[in-house]
Design a protein around this ligand. Structure first.
Ligand code: SF4
Length: 230
């Protein structure tokens, strides 16, 4: 069963990689602080809007000290279009304060320290660890991953923690970031709220598709087919 799950998961990832040869677009960044700020701003907001906002923001706020010294009402105006601007402004200033106070202005490269920062939960912390420091600490589960993973039968979990745990069992560590990003890309393009199964590259294997195998993880013929393909 465990082996079947892994083969099926690898087939899903293989097809998505072929479908989306270019990864992205995601939040643009050039250092760990920019990635952290951009990711916090991306909650409930599109990467396109975040990228438009941070283009100006990062010219003015260049380091943790700038966020720490920020005038909160100005900051609110500057990030207004990303939504939830009052909470996000508080998080950004709080992050600046904590980085200055505890980490000499640097973004820490330890998961538990990142999780201590205001506005940073598992999803953001795993992304920072993977992208900024190249350390895979877990699968980041955002709204797309939370929608697609159950549809694809990669998890039977409903909450982000359970979904992450299931994905971490069937994908090797070095694919934690890949599976996050490819599910996001597919969730934006095809497996949207009302999925376009008729045009999906996974439609013959996805248990949620009208043409799919209803229980791909248990279907021996289906799995054997992919064993032969490898
Ligand atoms: S077949 Fe349909 S439900 Fe399954 S991944 Fe594709 S679009 Fe989503």
């Amino acid at each position: 069963m465990q082996k079947n799950q892994r083969l099926y998961a690898q087939e899903v990832l293989r097809r998505l990689k072929r479908e989306y040869p270019k990864r992205g677009p995601f939040v643009e960044w050039s250092n760990p602080l920019e990635l952290l700020i951009g990711t916090v701003l991306s909650a409930q907001c599109t990467d396109k809007t975040v990228n438009r906002v941070i283009k100006k923001l990062f010219k003015k706020y260049r380091n943790a000290f700038d966020y720490s010294n920020a005038d909160i009402s100005w900051l609110e105006k500057e990030i207004y279009s990303t939504g939830f601007y009052k909470s996000k402004a508080k998080y950004l200033k709080g992050i600046g304060n904590m980085l200055v106070k505890k980490y000499n202005g640097e973004v820490p490269n330890k998961l538990e320290y990142l999780l201590d920062l205001p506005g940073v939960a598992n999803k953001t912390a795993h992304l920072i660890m993977a992208k900024a420091f190249g350390v895979m600490t877990g699968v980041a589960v955002d709204t797309h991953v939370a929608r697609l993973a159950p549809r694809l039968g990669l998890t039977y979990g409903k909450n982000p923690n359970k979904i992450a745990t299931d994905l971490e069992k069937i994908f090797p560590k070095n694919q934690y970031l890949e599976i996050n990003e490819y599910l996001i890309m597919h969730g934006r393009a095809v497996c949207v709220r009302i999925p376009k199964c008729e045009t999906c590259v996974l439609s013959d294997i996805c248990p949620s598709s009208p043409n799919g195998k209803k229980e791909p993880l248990k279907n021996v013929d289906f799995v054997t087919k992919f064993v032969k393909l490898q």
